[in-house]
Design a protein around this ligand. Structure first.
Ligand code: XMP
Length: 508
């Protein structure tokens, strides 16, 4: 028996995945279907309700995606959001107002708290609008339950048929009571609100088993949260049919491979640990141009991974792609691509591997929740992100074994002190950078002429923007003293107080 489910028909809105996310937050499982899905395809004893998403089209356009009318006869409540509401208005005889302009942004609606969706709310609500057309007149049998000055039907309902529509996006956080509205709908659907990470894992395991069958999967394990959670999910589903490949490019944090080995020791995963540091560092010799460094590392990574993966005879490539990665790669919302080679996106076509992406629909905080439920140690689960090219982007200038080692030691002290003071969890990313600049110092009676180290610590929601972390002065003092005393090769420490923008988080 499948878990109770809300079917979401995706008409192409950039917010559709946010609907599933909000439902999960409320304890409900939502499954996304293409707009062409039929009543037969989405129906079933486990179906509790249907949500029609927003979309970029106009329902009045020729060829605009429509909906199988039999879906309305499935006997479950239906909620149309934006395009979804307009579709209902069109198909049931309402009137639409066609508009060439999009209304975009916050709006205040006057709503009816005695209606089903707005129960428990006050009469005035702030909501998020993003639409061109709107419903001018609700179909017969439908009651208008919210309006704004410009939008006469901001929400409508037909209680006896259990059909509801909203013009605005309840799934976006700018809609202040959006979750409460969705909750009112879910209660009406009589959903059991017990969806959690445990259920997610169960469902995913079954899906992976169905997809992979008796095939073999190879996955690049980086030690980051995403690939680790993907690995554990795959392992739970197919055990020894999974082989992970960990590539040490010699530009990892201090003792990184040992630490990751420690994290995974209790899980009985098959991991091939590859020390390819010599290969990488040789190819990087004398290279100072940031872009060239990145290109060399990306290409070498693919070479090494390809070589190891080839030995596995895999049918599938497992990847820890998360929903934000999907958005970044597709450029939705103008996001830039930051993860090109890290995600092994460029594996040679000849490998002919099919993709398995078990956390593709999850947001970062949900990945961490799944990680906890899978038994990933909290320390691992809460790690700061680490860039694919590793310390290369924190070593402006030429990369040498010696400079890598100096940086690793300084960085380890910084992170150790942050953990000990409780500041690691309060920052989103923190690391040391070794600048290719030597400055004069005095140690004891001796003049020194050594490298300069910059400390970077930032807070950020999504790493698209970031603010420098206000670390306490005495903590900074302790870190600087320890670095200069304990790390041979550094005689000066500075703290970076630039936010992003205008600076990026990394140095290259
Ligand atoms: P920037 O420096 O662009 O970094 O402000 C934003 C976030 O992305 C990470 N980053 C990368 N991650 N491969 C990755 O996997 C890369 O090439 C890469 N470059 C930057 C960076 O650590 C920060 O979290």
């Amino acid at each position: 028996m499948h878990h109770e489910r809300i079917a979401i028909l995706d008409f192409g809105s950039q917010y559709t995945r946010l609907i599933t996310r909000r439902l999960r937050e409320l304890g409900a499982f939502g499954l996304v279907y293409p707009p062409s899905a039929t009543a037969e395809e989405i129906g079933g004893a486990d179906l509790r309700g249907v949500i029609l998403s927003g979309g970029p089209n106009s329902v009045l356009e020729e060829g605009a995606p429509g909906i199988d009318p039999k879906i309305f006869e499935l006997g479950v409540p239906v909620l149309g959001v934006c395009y979804g509401q307009q579709l209902m208005a069109r198909d049931f005889g309402g009137e639409l107002h066609r508009s060439a302009q999009r209304e975009y942004g916050k709006a205040t609606i006057q709503c009816d708290p005695s209606s089903l969706l707005f129960a428990g709310m006050s009469e005035s609500q702030v909501v998020w609008m993003s639409h061109g057309d709107h419903v001018e007149k609700a179909p017969e049998g439908y009651v208008v339950t919210a309006r704004t000055e410009g939008v006469p039907v901001a929400a409508m309902e037909n209680k006896s048929l259990r059909r509801y529509g909203i013009q605005f996006h309840a799934e976006v956080t700018h809609t202040e009571n959006g979750s409460a509205l969705l909750m009112n709908f879910l209660r009406h659907c009589e959903m059991k609100l017990d969806w959690d990470a445990g259920h997610f894992i169960e469902e995913k395991v079954a899906q992976i088993q169905a997809q992979v069958g008796l095939g073999r999967v190879v996955l690049g394990l980086s030690g980051g949260v995403d690939s680790s959670v993907a690995a554990l999910l795959l392992h739970k589903a197919i055990g020894k049919q999974l082989t992970c490949v960990f590539v040490d490019h010699g530009l990892m944090r201090k003792d990184e491979m040992k630490q990751v080995q420690g994290f995974f020791a209790p899980f009985d995963l098959s991991v091939v640990w590859v020390d390819a540091s010599e290969e990488f560092l040789t190819k990087l010799e004398g290279i100072t141009d940031p872009e060239q460094k990145r290109k060399i590392i990306g290409a070498t990574f693919i070479d090494v991974f390809d070589r190891e993966a080839g030995k596995v005879n895999a049918d599938f490539l497992g990847q820890g792609t998360t929903y934000p990665d999907v958005i970044e790669s597709s450029g939705i919302g103008g996001a830039v691509l930051v993860k090109s080679h890290h995600n092994v996106g460029g594996l040679p076509d000849r490998m002919k591997l099919k993709l398995v992406e078990p956390i593709r629909e999850l947001f970062k905080d949900e990945v961490r929740k799944a990680g906890l439920a899978l038994g990933l140690p909290a320390e691992m689960n809460q790690r700061h992100p680490f860039p694919g090219p590793g310390l290369a982007v924190r070593l402006p200038g030429a990369i040498t074994v010696e400079r890598v080692s100096i940086l690793q030691n300084a960085d380890a002290i910084f992170l150790e002190e942050l953990r000990a003071s409780g500041w690691y969890a309060k920052t989103s990313q923190a690391f040391a950078v070794l600048l290719p600049v030597q400055t004069v110092g005095i140690m004891g009676d001796e003049r020194t002429f050594e490298f300069m180290c910059a400390l970077r610590a930032v807070t950020s929601e999504d790493f698209m923007t970031a603010d420098w972390a206000r670390l306490p002065h005495d903590l900074l003092d302790r870190i600087a003293q320890r670095i200069v005393r304990e790390v041979k090769g550094i005689n000066r420490v500075v703290f970076d107080i630039t936010s992003k923008p205008p600076a990026t988080i990394e140095y290259e």
